[in-house]
Design a protein. Structure first.
Length: 630
């Protein structure tokens, strides 16, 4: 099945894969889409239900504030659920769920419809209405999906905060979004322990003034504080007379906001990326359909967390829009043993697995015997996302997990893009480590500092040159920042923040972030978030954070700290600072190392030169130092 072409290693899909694929000829589709991408997206949009059709597929009159499907009315949740009830999918499973403790639950499309409606009515009874913000903070349990869908059904804007974030991260997001309601779980199971989500939320709520109601899902069952008049149990509310079984989906304008999701950018605090009902719906629907080739016999598992964009687009919206059956698992991949994932693939007959390189590398470390004990033959497609996948991990995934018969969809995209942008489809030849080419209808390029396309195999700035339906609409409450961060380096071109190269076959190879974003285990963190957590400690005067290569995590965080005068660095203090960061931001932001220093390299205008720190740590030439102050 392997062939050598142009002296490079291509992995060709087998005939049976191609036979089943929605798209059998990438070039044909690409040409059609690139010729007229308005028509291409319009045709796909017509596969979904609209209360009223659009006047225009795309309106660029106020670019870069692009609008899609203007004049149209729809509701993404109507398309996720209601559409399937008359579609013979009423009894089909929408979700199969396993808890870390082995508990099991499944939800048919009809059950999801009922639970979503009931909870939508609960939210309404709390005074939540169209345009209100609701923050959701819990682990990977079915209620997170129900909460998101219930918000969207009544036109409220959800803001999911990843359950691995902690007090300050949650507080900032509650405050910035001015959320009226917080939906939280009492706790989450993680490696047999309980993450006390409600307790963390209580602390964050002391600093957040806008939250009127806290709705608490019981998951872990330990004693928690319930504040009278503010906190209410989800299961009690769902049994109230107002939690009626029916709640019509609110008619939304295609451009009405669906959700906001915070992510780290170049400077300062995380910013809320805003997505809408219409375009986001069309983009996630089409990409999942074509790339993962979803059909009714699949059992699809996206092992991400719903708290990140991967979960929003490809655990919740994309799969439901396609009427798919998804599997969801609450816990860690290697708990209690390193075969947990493989065991569940066998047990549930999973056919598509979509995960991150860090998880693959982490499981690869335990050796081939663990997956070898299980029958993984139900798998037919694999996926990867979040960071570049090194060829070694790719090949292991392909051989040991996919028995050399499952093509790997290495999908490049971002919180901002909402949907896959550079991605293979099952019908295309693959190169380990490359996401192949831009999705049909999307023009991308790699530019140099002056905005000229670079030559083959040269590194440059990865950009997007045509608008796409699931694109970010703005940064919530900060449209200027939206323009500045994404659209100001080159005219009319979207800047991704990544560097990349393209080979002679037109395949894209992502190199990494060129801004102050660090990808740790696929999680996106800003140097500013880590630094501000450090300086919020009483002993710290100044701090700098950088990412350095790490075998499993991709990148690990290294920090340099200047202490306040009179304070001495010690092992104990370093440990305390690590704990402090975990408490403020979350365990994912824990640095690998804290080094106490007397000074930091800065420009004359006082900006920390992180590239100098990085070069020094790696023993490399720091490059041009002419702007260095000292
Ligand atoms: C950044 C976006 C979008 C899902 C999860 C991440 C990196 C993402 C890949 C990939 C190489 C990748 C990029 C991108 N990235 N997918 N397949 N190959 N790099 O979303 O947290 O918004 O991060 O993740 O650097 O800019 P995100």
């Amino acid at each position: 099945m392997q062939e050598i072409k142009n002296n490079e290693e291509f992995y060709y899909p087998s005939e049976s894969v191609i036979k089943q694929a929605h798209i059998k000829d990438w070039n044909e589709l690409s040409e059609k889409a690139n010729d007229n991408y308005e028509e291409f997206w319009g045709d796909i949009a017509n596969e979904l239900d609209w209360f009223k059709s659009w006047d225009k597929v795309i309106d660029d009159s106020e670019k870069p504030f692009y609008k899609w499907f203007t004049g149209a009315k729809t509701n993404i949740v109507y398309n996720c659920i209601d559409r399937h009830l008359s579609d013979n999918r009423k009894n089909k499973l929408a979700y199969i769920w396993e808890g870390e403790n082995g508990e099991f639950q499944s939800l048919s499309y009809f059950a999801l419809y009922r639970e979503t409606n009931k909870f939508a009515n609960v939210l309404k009874s709390m005074g939540v209405s169209k345009g209100d913000r609701v923050t959701i903070y819990m682990g990977r349990i079915p209620e997170i999906v129900i909460s998101m869908l219930a918000c969207a059904r009544i036109g409220a804007i959800h803001s999911v905060v990843y359950g691995g974030f902690s007090v300050e991260a949650l507080h900032e997001r509650l405050e910035d979004s001015q959320s009226k309601v917080l939906i939280v779980a009492d706790g989450a199971y993680q490696r047999g322990k309980i993450v006390p989500l409600k307790e963390i939320a209580d602390e964050a709520l002391q600093r957040a003034a806008t939250v009127e109601h806290v709705l608490v899902v019981r998951r872990t069952g330990q004693d928690i504080n319930m504040e009278f008049g503010r906190d209410m149990w989800y299961h009690e509310l769902m049994n109230m007379p107002f939690a009626k079984n029916k709640c019509d989906a609110e008619e939304m304008d295609a451009e009405d906001p669906l959700f906001m999701l915070y992510t780290s950018g170049t400077t300062g605090k995380p910013k809320a990326i805003l997505h809408t009902h219409g375009g986001y719906m069309v983009g996630t629907y089409a990409t999942l359909k074509y790339v993962f080739d979803i059909n009714d016999s699949d059992r699809y598992w996206c092992a991400a967390d719903p708290g990140w964009i991967t979960g929003h687009s490809y655990i919740v919206y994309g799969p439901l829009l396609n009427g798919a059956t998804s599997f969801m698992y609450e816990g860690a991949p290697n708990f209690p043993y390193p075969n947990r994932w493989w065991q569940m693939i066998e047990k549930y007959g999973i056919s598509i697995l979509y995960t991150a390189p860090t998880a693959i590398r982490g499981l690869m470390r335990f050796g081939d015997a663990w997956p070898g004990r299980h029958d993984l033959s139900s798998l037919r497609l694999l996926g990867s996302v979040g960071e570049p996948i090194n060829p070694e991990a790719w090949k292991w995934y392909h051989k040991v997990i996919g028995s050399e018969k499952c093509p790997i969809m290495d999908t490049w995209w971002q919180t901002e893009t909402g949907m896959f942008m550079i991605t293979p489809m099952p019908c295309v030849p693959l190169k380990p480590g490359s996401g192949t080419r831009p999705f049909p209808g999307i023009q991308m390029d790699i530019l140099d500092e002056e905005g000229k396309p670079v030559k083959d195999n040269e590194e440059g700035y990865l950009v997007i040159k045509t608008p796409w339906p699931a694109m970010i609409r703005t940064i919530y409450k900060d449209p200027d920042k939206y323009v500045e961060q994404y659209w100001s380096k080159y005219p009319d071109v979207y800047l991704t923040g990544d560097s990349a190269r393209r080979d002679k076959d037109g395949y894209y190879w992502i190199i990494g972030r060129v801004d102050d974003v660090i990808k740790v285990s696929g999680y996106r963190l800003g140097t500013a978030e880590i630094e501000s957590a450090l300086v919020s400690h009483r002993d710290v005067a100044e701090a700098a954070a950088i990412g350095l290569p790490h075998e499993v995590k991709g990148n690990a965080i290294y920090t340099y700290v200047i202490l306040r005068s009179g304070v001495n660095g010690s092992k104990e203090l370093a440990d305390e600072l690590v704990k402090h960061i975990a408490h403020e931001v979350g365990p994912i932001a824990k640095p690998e190392r804290i080094e106490f220093v007397d000074s930091l390299p800065k420009t004359r205008s006082g900006k920390i030169m992180r590239r100098v720190l990085k070069a020094k740590a790696l023993g490399l030439d720091p490059g041009n130092l002419s702007t260095l102050e000292d």
